[in-house]
Ligand binder design. Structure first.
Ligand code: SF4
Length: 236
């Protein structure tokens, strides 16, 4: 089976448990205003075949150690859940684990459930805590995200939750407290990471001729983001 493909990163240390290569699939149903990968939004002509991809991943096996493997990111990888299901079965035969990096915006079909269930870990975005902000800043709905989180909780999956902190949007303790209230009942979340908004992807908007809604915003101050991370840790 083939999938719309964006790019491949040979080794990454911060995209899931252990040392992992990362496969970025193309296509995304959201349009987050802070997205630094607008070049992954639309599927282009590049495709990848599951057998070829697994063969490529196998080449990096010596680096994986006990916890490493591959991470599927995007765009939104679960848009191509049938492809991921087939790839997951091939990876299983090779004894290689995979992590899913998802916005949680794809409804829970059988294939999505299968892919999530068999993943080593799930990196899930909680972009905004309420429906109104979620719609305003991503164009999507929070509902499938919470349904995904509930499903992951019901199967006891290891979930790393992630939120991008954006200056003057959600960079205050009182706002982050609302995120914390939203997730308090979920025991599957092993870690909650705050990621500072950055401007490194701005050039892509210019290159693609896409309007950048946050073009005038500075990057999030990293030390302030660290202080907020501490707040989140202490108040979980
Ligand atoms: S879900 Fe990810 S790739 Fe899609 S628009 Fe949002 S930040 Fe960009």
């Amino acid at each position: 089976m083939r999938a719309a493909f964006h790019s491949f990163e040979s080794l990454a240390a911060r995209d899931g448990i252990g040392l992992r290569c990362v496969c970025f699939l193309a296509g995304c149903p959201l349009r987050c205003v802070f997205c630094h990968n607008p070049d992954t939004w639309v599927a282009g002509e590049k495709e990848v075949e599951s057998v070829d991809l697994v063969r490529k991943i196998c080449r990096y096996r010596p680096y994986f150690g006990q916890n490493g493997g591959v991470t599927f990111s995007g765009g939104e990888p679960l848009l191509q859940a049938d492809f991921l299901k087939e790839t997951a079965l091939l990876l299983q035969k090779e004894g290689i684990s995979y992590v899913i990096d998802t916005s949680g915006s794809v409804p829970l079909s059988d294939s999505v459930r299968f892919v999530l269930k068999n993943s080593r870990q799930v990196l899930l975005d909680l972009k905004f805590w309420d429906e109104a902000s979620y719609r305003r800043y991503t164009g999507g709905s929070l509902k499938p995200v919470l349904e995904t989180l509930s499903f992951l909780d019901s199967i006891g999956k290891d979930v790393v939750l992630r939120t991008v902190v954006i200056p003057s949007v959600n960079d205050r303790e009182e706002v982050l407290k609302k995120y914390l209230d939203r997730i308090r009942s979920f025991s599957c979340i092993s870690r909650y990471e705050l990621l500072p908004f950055h401007t490194m992807g701005f050039f892509k908007y210019e290159k693609l001729g896409i309007q950048n809604p946050l073009a005038s915003l500075p990057a999030m101050d990293e030390s302030r983001c660290e202080a907020l991370s501490k707040f989140v840790c202490e108040n979980r």
